[in-house]
Design a protein around this ligand. Structure first.
Ligand code: NAD
Length: 312
């Protein structure tokens, strides 16, 4: 099959491009990425065509969309604190960018689009675990932009008969996730600090919990969605209902790294949700054969990757 991955030089996108080529070696993988957070090196050894540019460049976007069977739309400015600091660029890339991706697909007759939404859309809804039918109340400009992303994708299904699937990712982690920028995700940040004997910075009491999902699990689901053109008029939580606090994560890292790790607690972050857990029901309905990689196993693979990147 021919697939376009927007944001394919990023963490999830590059893992997905590799996954596509491993599971469909004859297939064609195209990528559009402006390399704002993504990196060319993430695609080392992957036989994919990388076009460097923005999804906000509509004419360029059309040239890479033409002739593909499916689009996996991952390009976004993907950080809550970054959106709080500067909401407009997040809106432009994530909301307007998604509209561009869907419009390009519609104009060129590409009938299947998978988009990346986020558990952050639930925001201030305190119910746990979360079903896709629970109300959403975004607490940050990033979460609003992800609500727009999934809303547009679903509306294109109703309005134009396009086959769309809006996946709400829940704290995806794994090899290739960067630790070296201000808005890095928690697992790479913790691992980088632990491996370099620095204290881990925990915002608040560390009892905030997440439904961590290993990137391989996400790639398996999206690959299946793209190849079988799986679509839905409702979003799907791409997570399986685990509930791990940051302090439990620290304990697991201590065990796997076999060393003591110091923790420094600082103020909670604006816009962060307290607990995030899916009920794991719809994902099992849509992808009955998908077996999630357990946290312990995913973490071990992630640690190995981080260790392989350590200098010396
Ligand atoms: P990432 O930052 O590594 O990947 C995003 C990619 O999009 C980057 O390569 C970046 O360069 C590219 N990009 C940004 N703006 C662009 C633009 N205007 N045009 C073209 N490319 C652009 O992040 P990721 O963790 O791989 O996330 C992928 C998607 O999943 C994003 O949509 C993100 O919002 C969503 N998501 C991720 C998580 C997670 O835990 N990682 C959780 C929820 C949702």
């Amino acid at each position: 099959m021919k697939v376009l991955i927007t944001g394919g030089a990023g963490f999830i996108g590059s893992n997905l491009a590799r996954f596509f080529k491993q599971h469909d070696p004859q297939g064609e993988v195209r990528i559009i990425d402006d390399l704002s957070t993504g990196r060319r090196e993430n695609l080392d050894g992957v036989d994919a065509q990388l076009v460097v540019g923005s999804i906000l460049d509509y004419e360029l976007l059309k040239t890479v969309t033409a002739g593909v069977d499916s689009v996996v739309h991952l390009a976004a400015i993907g950080s809550v604190p970054r959106s709080v600091a500067a909401p407009r660029p997040t809106h432009d890339a994530n909301s307007t960018g998604t509209l561009n991706v869907l419009e390009a697909a519609r104009e060129l007759g590409v009938d299947h689009v998978v988009v990346a939404s986020s558990s952050s859309v639930y925001g201030s809804n305190p119910s746990l675990p979360k079903s896709e039918f629970d109300w959403t109340r975004p607490m940050s400009p990033y979460a609003v932009s992800k609500q727009a992303t999934e809303g547009y994708a679903i509306a294109y299904g109703f309005s134009y008969g396009m086959k769309t699937l809006a996946c709400r990712f829940f704290n995806v982690f794994g090899p290739g996730q960067p630790a070296d920028h201000d808005y890095a995700a928690v697992i790479p940040k913790f691992l980088d600090a632990a491996l370099n004997d620095r204290a881990l910075t925990v915002h608040g009491d560390g009892l905030q919990s997440r439904d961590f999902t290993f990137v391989q699990t996400v790639c398996t689901a999206i690959f299946e969605a793209a190849t079988k053109k799986i679509h839905s008029a409702d979003p799907v939580n791409l997570a399986f209902g685990t509930n791990t606090t940051l302090m439990e994560l620290v304990e697991l890292m201590k065990q796997q790294l076999n060393k003591d790790i110091a923790v420094e607690h600082v103020d909670p972050r604006v816009g962060d949700v307290r607990a995030s857990q899916s009920d794991g029901v719809r994902i099992r309905e849509l992808f009955p054969e998908l077996q999630p990689v357990p946290l312990e196993e995913g973490l071990a693979q992630t640690i190995s990757w981080f260790q392989s990147k350590q200098p010396g």
